[in-house]
Design a protein around this ligand. Structure first.
Ligand code: ADP
Length: 221
């Protein structure tokens, strides 16, 4: 069975953490456009240099650029034999990106099954983002308040150094939140009207948030 899900929610709502956990459990691949963009930045390419300026200013990358990156990634992944579907974390992030995803999925003979909206208070967002650390190698996300690594500053999985994201600085966080409210939040109503949206309160510890998402997914199986 192939399932395709979107996680919606403000930065820091827990999309990445929940998507990682749920993806492992239901054998879906997590596709984070933020990770795709950061990989391009890390490659040092000309495009990466431009992208780095945009994301560190808390702005959104152009729809077409992100759309192309996503399409390439999905085509690549979905051609493998035991493909179980995808969890889109960070895409769509604007209204024009919603039909783009529909088309990209349609091209590989698939459709969107569910949009999970993780609600989060502004207070929680700022608190969580400033405590977020990511493995420099495998990209696993930790949070010094809620999911600390076993050994400070080191990844549990591969022992590599944990780093803080450039765009998790307070002034950039505020710009990202403003972008979310203006450009991403309208997707909530868009998917509600399509009958695809389910929301839950994400102002809870990671374990509870993961369980809430799993309950919604179980409803599809
Ligand atoms: P968060 O959800 O915590 O803000 P992400 O890792 O999803 O972080 O994204 C980091 C940055 O990458 C965003 O602030 C934005 O600049 C860019 N980005 C990610 N996904 C998209 C997208 N679908 N469209 C435009 N920009 C994007």
């Amino acid at each position: 069975m192939v399932l395709n899900l979107i996680f919606l929610g403000p930065p820091g709502a827990g999309k990445g953490t929940v998507a990682q956990a749920v993806g492992e459990k239901y054998k879906m691949v997590q596709i984070s456009t933020g990770d795709l963009i950061r990989a391009e930045v890390a490659s040092g390419s000309d495009l990466g240099k431009k992208l780095s300026e945009i994301i560190n200013a808390g702005q959104l990358v152009g729809d077409d650029i992100v759309g192309e990156m996503l399409e390439k990634k999905l085509k690549n992944l979905s051609s493998s034999d035991n493909y179980g579907g995808a969890i889109f974390d960070g895409f769509p992030r604007t209204l024009p990106q919603a039909p783009m995803l529909e088309k990209i999925l349609g091209d590989v003979g698939q459709k969107l099954d569910l949009v999970i909206n993780i609600e989060s208070s502004e207070e929680n967002i700022v608190k969580r983002l400033s405590a977020r650390w990511t493995c420099s190698k495998c990209k696993k996300v930790y949070n010094t308040l809620t999911i600390p690594p076993k050994e400070e500053g080191k990844c549990d999985i591969d022992g590599e150094a944990l780093i803080q994201r450039e765009d998790d600085k307070p002034e950039t966080i505020r710009a990202r939140l403003a972008q979310y409210t203006e450009k991403t939040a309208p997707l909530i109503n868009f998917y509600k009207e399509k009958g695809l949206l389910k929301s839950y309160d994400g102002n809870v510890p990671p374990k509870e948030s993961i369980e809430a998402a799993e309950k919604l997914i179980e409803g599809l199986l």
